[in-house]
Ligand binder design. Structure first.
Ligand code: FMN
Length: 352
């Protein structure tokens, strides 16, 4: 099982949703980086369950404990070990799927691959794992300092922000529970998620991420291109179905004469349909991309499925689930972006 992420700045994780704890080891972090432990905890609080009426009502404090690699608030250059205890498991909520495969979950594929499965809360396939990534991302952000990473909810169902990100006020994002950069659209999104939830249903959406103050020259030219690394990171997030950067799929409908980013004398470009990356390497313009999330698989509605013997059975989701993962996934997108950018930055430093 592939439990490690990154090349120079790496995160290796462990843990299951209903085990005693989750955690990880961060390696490759330079010595002498000041870590603001409160800021790291704040990032975890942005992801944690039970933070608003439109997220799962599971209450989990997600308190991170660092075990190594930090001395007097600074990294020591040795491996940074941490754990987050699981404190709010209700394993009985999952007794109905010991032998039954939830549709569009990872139950069937884990059984096919390993022949054994921790059915409680999805085990290792649970998005609880993403709390580990938040810790990795928060440490990566401390390395990046000037590089600014901002993600926000850009659509829920068919409600979307119809403006370029430059026209948005990023200070609005954390003011509403859906983390949308447009307060009027946020209200519509919240109403929609609440209605969908009332019917025991779920809804998908997209997150836009913007990375600013990126120096030109980060990223590898052939494999491990910067956009490929970002894409791999985003497609590793549970429930993600799509990734596009720059002009993305819209670019496929355009002519080259409209699409080319013409240069200014200082090397910046007049437009930025390249999304800040050319030939796999950052060009100094903003990097921006969108990530598509599917509607959560667990419905509080009856559905037909099969058990491990292939018998058709009826099941209905129980327990506490997110009607839309997008608001909680905003800090996850930022965290993984930070790990990719820190890795690219350290690789570029190693070369010079
Ligand atoms: C922050 C977050 C929270 C999630 N919460 C739930 C949930 O409450 N219920 C659920 O069925 N899936 C939830 N998921 C999605 C599942 O983890 C995911 O769909 C499942 O592991 C199958 O993987 P796949 O959809 O990537 O194929 C969540 C995903 C994220 C990113």
């Amino acid at each position: 099982m592939s439990n490690s992420f990154g090349n120079l700045f790496t995160l290796t994780t462990f843990g299951e949703s209903h085990g005693p704890a989750i955690g990880g080891v961060i390696d490759g972090c330079p010595a002498g980086i000041t870590l603001d432990l409160e800021a790291i905890q704040h990032e975890l609080d942005r992801r944690k369950p039970g933070q608003s009426k439109i997220t799962t009502q599971r209450k989990e404090p997600d308190q991170v404990e660092f075990l190594s690699g930090i001395f007097e608030g600074k990294t020591t250059g040795t491996s940074i070990g941490f754990q987050i205890k699981n404190t709010n498991q209700k394993s009985k909520d999952y007794s109905h799927n010991v032998d039954v495969y939830r549709p569009s979950h990872a139950d069937y594929t884990y059984d096919q691959k390993y022949g054994i499965r921790d059915h409680r809360g999805g085990g290792r396939s649970s998005a609880r794992e993403t709390a580990n990534w938040i810790v990795g991302g928060a440490v990566a952000k401390a390395i990046l300092r000037d590089i600014k990473i901002t993600a926000f909810t850009s659509s829920v169902g068919d409600i979307f922000i119809d403006k370029p990100y430059q026209a948005l006020n990023f200070s609005e994002i954390e003011k509403n529970m859906v983390r949308c950069a447009d307060p009027n659209i946020a209200e519509q999104m919240i109403k929609h998620i609440s209605e969908v939830k009332k019917n025991g249903d779920t809804v998908g959406g997209t997150i836009t991420c913007v990375i600013q103050n990126v120096p030109a020259g980060l990223g590898e030219p052939i494999f491990n291109k910067l956009h490929a690394e970002l894409g791999k990171a985003m497609l590793s997030i549970n429930a993600v179905k799509g990734f596009e950067y720059g002009s993305g799929f819209c670019g496929a409908k355009m002519k080259g004469s409209d699409h080319n980013d013409l240069f200014n004398p200082d090397g910046s470009t007049k437009t930025n349909l390249s999304g800040g990356i050319q030939g796999g390497i950052s060009n100094g313009m903003d990097i921006y991309f969108r990530v598509a999330f599917k509607p959560v698989a667990t419905l509080i509605q009856k559905q037909n499925t099969i058990d491990a013997s292939g018998n058709v059975v009826e099941m209905q989701g129980r327990g506490r689930h997110d009607p839309c993962v997008v608001p909680r996934a905003v800090p996850i997108v930022e965290a993984l972006s930070a790990m990719v950018m820190a890795d690219a930055y350290l690789l570029s430093r190693a070369r010079s």
